[in-house]
Design a protein around this ligand. Structure first.
Ligand SMILES: NC(=O)c1ccc[n+]([C@@H]2O[C@H](COP(=O)([O-])OP(=O)(O)OC[C@H]3O[C@@H](n4cnc5c(N)ncnc54)[C@H](O)[C@@H]3O)[C@@H](O)[C@H]2O)c1
Ligand SMILES: O=C(O)C(=O)C[C@@H](O)[C@H](O)[C@H](O)COP(=O)(O)O
Ligand SMILES: [Zn+2]
Length: 351
């Protein structure tokens, strides 16, 4: 059984969720003479299978192995991929397939967005986080010396295949990290996600339902605001602090783990600003702790984190802007909070 979630917009596409979906891939790149397959080493077996499927369909695969995780999200790695596309004489009717976690789909999307100013990309996310978030919505990019995802492009995929059977090999810690983005969707838009996580093991029988619910939240938001001129910012809930933690940690923290701390911080900030009631603030810490996600960070890191947060994309001039909740399912913005308020809320995420 597969579920198809449409993402409407100028360039509509489908996100397909199910098991053993890879055979559908050649159809999504039909018309391409050759297709680059970007992957990192842990996904080599899946990439090989995809290359074989493409070959059987008469499409020449161009396998491109890239460094794993955040080590691949650099302009140097993107440039190496563009060199390979150039050597293969890649044209606008060719396509890119990105197979892997969110880091590889972000990189692959960016490579495709820039090559010849845009060739089609199909995402085959193999991590929970990639399925529910990174592969959907068209944000692509790489990190720079100043911070996370600071260079990128909006480039919606031609299709997304979320093959749940690929999760069988995903390390438990990466599966749990992906839950942070699922829970984020629960807090901003779909409280049933929160109830499912509170009443049982979300990585068990409810996993497929949670994947679909989170994708529907994301699809709904991005279809109305691809370029983040407004409502899309709600998907950044928890991310202002999260990206700063990732940068300060040299990208050795999982994105989802950092988002978990960032969600607790954003809730505390809303509470301190009188926007969110104490029970809803506490619910963030409780649910994320129950999932085994981190909810605290170093007490002495605030000044460094604040300096990194100043290059957050939501900042306007020297004013920071945070996504906060006025209630569960009611996201809003907090513009220009004082440094004192930001520091006071930070106490909520120190051990
Ligand atoms: N573009 C977006 O809208 C968006 C949204 C959310 C996150 N992101 C980005 O996504 C990245 C995080 O993604 P992630 O959590 O998937 O991390 P990741 O891509 O670093 O993958 C985590 C690890 O899991 C491995 N892995 C993935 N699938 C596997 C599988 N099936 N079996 C075995 N190993 C597997 C990867 O190789 C890697 O070692 C961050 O860079 C984040 O900024 C982007
Ligand atoms: O899709 C979005 O929009 C998001 O903000 C989703 C986030 O989970 C994701 O981590 C995204 O990459 C963050 O984007 P950025 O613009 O803050 O770099
Ligand atoms: Zn994220």
């Amino acid at each position: 059984m597969e579920t198809v979630i449409e993402v409407p917009g100028d360039r509509p596409y489908d996100v397909v969720v199910g098991r053993d979906l890879l055979a559908a891939l050649p159809r999504l790149v039909a018309g391409a003479a050759q297709t680059a397959v970007l992957y990192a080493a842990p996904l080599r077996a899946h990439a090989d299978r995809i290359a074989a499927l493409l070959r059987d369909a008469g499409i020449a695969p161009l396998p491109l192995e890239v460094p794993d995780a955040e080590a691949g999200k650099t302009i140097e790695v993107a440039a190496r991929c563009w060199d390979e596309l150039g050597a293969a004489r890649f044209t606008r009717t060719d396509a890119v397939v990105a197979v892997g976690g969110g880091a590889v789909t972000d990189l692959g999307g960016f490579v495709a967005a820039c090559w010849l100013r845009g060739v089609p990309v199909v995402h085959v996310p193999t991590s929970l986080l990639g399925m529910v978030d990174a592969a959907v919505g068209g944000k692509t990019g790489v990190n720079t010396a100043a911070g996370k995802n600071l260079v990128g492009a909006f480039h919606p995929p031609a299709g997304v295949l979320c093959d749940l059977s690929t999760l069988d090999t995903l390390p438990r810690a990466d599966l749990v990290a992906g839950l942070a983005e699922v829970i984020k969707c629960g807090f901003i838009a779909d409280p049933i996600i929160l109830e499912r996580c509170e009443s049982g093991d979300p990585t068990g029988a409810h996993l497929a339902e949670l994947v679909e619910r989170a994708i529907r939240v994301k699809a709904d938001v991005v279809s109305g605001d691809l370029r983040e001129s407004g409502r899309r910012e709600i998907l950044n809930y928890g991310h202002t602090l999260a990206h700063a933690i990732e940068k300060v940690e040299g990208y050795r923290w999982r994105h989802g783990d950092a988002v978990s701390v960032g969600l607790v911080y954003a809730a505390a900030l809303a509470g301190a600003a009188g926007r969110l009631d104490p029970a809803s603030v506490a619910r963030h810490r409780e649910i994320l702790t129950r999932m085994g996600l981190p909810v605290s960070y170093r007490a002495d890191a605030f000044d460094e984190l604040l300096s990194v947060m100043r290059v957050d994309k939501k900042a306007r001039g020297n004013k920071l802007r945070f996504i906060v909740l006025d209630a569960i399912g009611e996201p809003s913005t907090l513009d220009g909070p004082s440094d004192d308020l930001l520091r006071a809320a930070y106490a909520a995420v120190t051990a």
